[in-house]
Design a protein. Structure first.
Lengths: 484, 484
């Protein structure tokens, strides 16, 4: 193929097949270029799309980092540190997002736009001019065919002039459209070279520019922040390691003990019972009337709170009042042939609840504790010491009963209080009584206990019922309720 | 809510509602964390996805740039420069792709993987432990219910021991699963802080690292390349501007001429006819027999090539041989009442073609040219000079005929050659005859022309038919075919 580089405008009027043939070479070139341009545009739009998606993604990531603060985590340990670190990271991501956004904009302006314009303007123009050229060429052919058939002799001058004008008109049109088409195709040979290179120049410049800006933005400052975050992570990891080791040891210790802890009534033969308790907590079964004759037993967690017996089912957030224990009577009962059952009766005798403990020790301690509480000694300054004193006094005053269990069916609260006193021999109690001898001395054994300010039982109950929020539901120690 | 930071392993065995309540706080926290982690993972995977897509996009772009070379563009002007520039850009994009690939890999390893591991390992572990805990807790409840129903007196020792062992077993299980669950939940409070921060550290480090590498890779070297590309684009743009201006002027000039060029027979009154042509080209209508009695006229481009008359329809790539003009006779004919018709007859009289010119000037020039060619003067060293001499001689030898048109029906080739000689008066011819007086002098007027080497007509035709490629289809000047 000869080295041709342009269509000669001078040959447009003649419009020979040779010129047409050369034109078709230019057209083929334009066609190949159009196809290539479309493929290149597609590749460039994909790069642009990825960059744009990166903008959106970093935007979402930044928002997600900031959202940590609004998560309402139930536990807030270390949250401030995490939140402030994530806020810092969100700022970093925002800055990255700004760079990505700038790069996206530059890719749009300097890469995608020029090649789209090239396609929409130059290539589309050529396609349009080609259509016009073909149209005018066809018009000329039609006019020429008509002209060629003009008769030789019997000439109608008017008809002839009209046809000649038609040929001239269409030939002028074709000439004009050819010239424009040729010019466009010639110019395309220059634009072709720019069209593919210019967007790549824009792309590369934008990318290098972003590397430069990225370096400026993040170089020194970022290192400090990142190393501090790295330290923080290491520090948390160390804390976790320490905690894990501590938990491992604690677990080992808890599991290395006697397996007896898992057996509900393992010490039934010789339970060590503390009779001086003025508070108690633990699981008990409670007997419920579910119908006129049917009953059910529910295992709930019970605990005393001041003079109240509270019940908290396992799923409940807080305990609810079951009974005001002041001046109640408590006694062992036989119920549905279950073991370790006892009954608490309110002073008026109107409220009666029947509970079942899981072991002999629990059974006796609950009875003692409720008995102690019913005597309101929890309201004294040192109720435990008072309980010890009372039980010691009782122990000295009555004939010991060797087997509590044999007689528990007929026990009255009063006799119970005295008869089981001989079993008070735990080390715990001895220790406690030694710790508070002065307070205990204030109260004479056997004397009724006087209080300066005592709330009436009804008022106390009302207060308890109304103000459930007063109780610390996460602590087993409910003795904080102080009167006076 | 009180500031709690861990579940106490010591409280696992007791399993009070308070502990459960605290547990539920940890569980809620873990639930919120799981949800947040999933959202954060989604955001991070989106960033990773965008980065990965950028890899694929740059890969495609690089391939597309290299594909330019394989496009088989019909025109290659400036291609080497474009190709080498695009290859350079492809290398740049490859380097960018390498950076993007490294960043993608780092994001996968340091951002997405840790948070996926956290979700799959830690959060899934918690969820599994919770299931185990609930399971063992239920088992324990069932065992306890059975245990609580153990009869008081009529004790079957074996049954009792079995139930107690069941309680102990389930209680041990629950204790163990609680301990593990508590430990995991406690550890989660540390992991939680690391889990969200560590991936962000990885992300930021990877991103800063890429900025650094990008700068190192592209800073200086790139600037030189980009400025040279920029210069190249400007230079092409300047060339285009110059070319555009040249085309504009050329177009202006072409269009500023007389409108008469568009009128097919504008000079019919006094056409300036060159009778000394030894070659001619242009559109003619040719008469075709389409059936026994029907005919059609097709407008094709005809040109002489040596002693041959060639025809090239507009869409054809090359011309085809119509007739060997050597010793042919040409004469005006009346055909279908069309104007400007003439007929060429082969020496044997077997081939006859009828053609129609679009104007009087064309008509006469075609007849003259074919007449000249039929006398084989195109084989002489200076055929144009010979033609002039022959026509001048003829003009001097015969009586002028005032109107060629009136008599053209009865013209014989021989008489035609002499009778229309008086019309040779164009400036063009005069000039040409002055330029080549010496060559012309070698041939005596009227004498037969002798050639050193002459191909027989049949051989010449065969050669032409077989070797169509010999003809330069893009040039109107077909006189390059040299003999001797």
């Amino acid at each position: 193929m000869p080295a041709v580089d342009k269509l000669l405008l001078e040959e447009a009027l003649q419009d020979s097949p040779q010129t047409r043939s050369l034109l078709s070479v230019f057209e083929e070139d334009a066609g190949t270029l159009t196809e290539y341009t479309n493929q290149l545009l597609q590749a460039m739009q994909r790069v642009y799309g990825a960059q744009n998606e990166m903008c959106l993604a970093t935007q979402q990531l930044s928002n997600q980092l900031l959202a940590y603060e609004k998560q309402n985590f139930a536990l807030g340990k270390g949250d401030e540190e995490v939140i402030s670190t994530l806020q810092h990271f969100a700022k970093v991501v925002d800055e990255l997002n700004a760079l990505h956004t700038e790069l996206t904009r530059q890719l749009a302006d300097k890469m995608v736009l020029p090649i789209i314009q090239f396609r929409e303007k130059d290539l589309t123009e050529i396609s349009t001019l080609k259509d016009l050229f073909v149209l005018s060429s066809n018009e000329h052919d039609i006019a020429m065919a008509k002209y060629s058939r003009l008769p030789k002799k019997r000439e109608n001058e008017r008809l002839k002039a009209g046809v000649v004008a038609e040929v001239a008109d269409s030939r002028r049109k074709q000439h004009l459209s050819s010239l424009q088409y040729y010019c466009s195709l010639n110019a395309l040979q220059y634009r072709k070279r720019v069209a593919v290179i210019e967007p790549m120049l824009g792309y590369t410049e934008a990318q290098v520019n972003i590397f430069k800006k990225g370096m400026e933005t993040f170089s020194k400052r970022m290192e400090d922040f990142l190393s501090s975050v790295s330290n923080m992570i290491q520090s948390i990891q160390r804390q976790l390691d320490e905690e894990t080791e501590a938990m491992r040891l604690s677990q080992q210790e808890l599991l290395s003990g006697n397996d007896s802890v898992y057996f509900p009534d393992y010490d039934v033969a010789s339970p060590q019972i503390n009779r001086n308790l003025i508070q108690k907590a633990g699981y008990l079964n409670i007997r419920n009337k579910t119908g006129l004759v049917t009953t059910s037993w529910d295992r709930h967690y019970f605990f005393t709170q001041g003079g109240n017996l509270m019940c908290q089912p396992r799923g409940a957030v807080a305990g609810g009042l079951i009974l005001d224990l002041d001046n109640c009577s408590v006694m062992a009962v036989d119920c549905e042939d279950r073991r370790y059952c006892f009954q608490i009766t309110s002073p008026t005798g109107k409220s009666v609840i029947i509970l079942q403990a899981e072991s002999k020790k629990e059974y006796e301690e609950w009875i003692c504790a409720i008995n102690n509480i019913s005597r309101q000694i929890y309201l004294t300054d040192n109720p435990e010491a008072v309980a010890i004193r009372l039980n010691q006094t009782a122990m000295q005053a009555v004939t010991p009963v060797t087997s509590f269990e044999k007689k528990h069916d007929s026990l009255r609260p009063d006799s119970n209080r005295t008869k089981n006193a001989d079993l008070v021999h735990t080390e715990n109690i001895t220790q406690r009584s030694l710790n508070a001898p002065d307070d205990v001395a204030l109260i004479e054994p056997g004397t009724p206990i006087q209080f300066d300010i005592v709330l009436p039982a009804t008022e106390f109950l009302d207060q308890n019922r109304a103000g459930g929020g007063r109780y610390n539901t996460h602590s087993l120690n409910a003795s904080n309720t102080t009167v006076l």
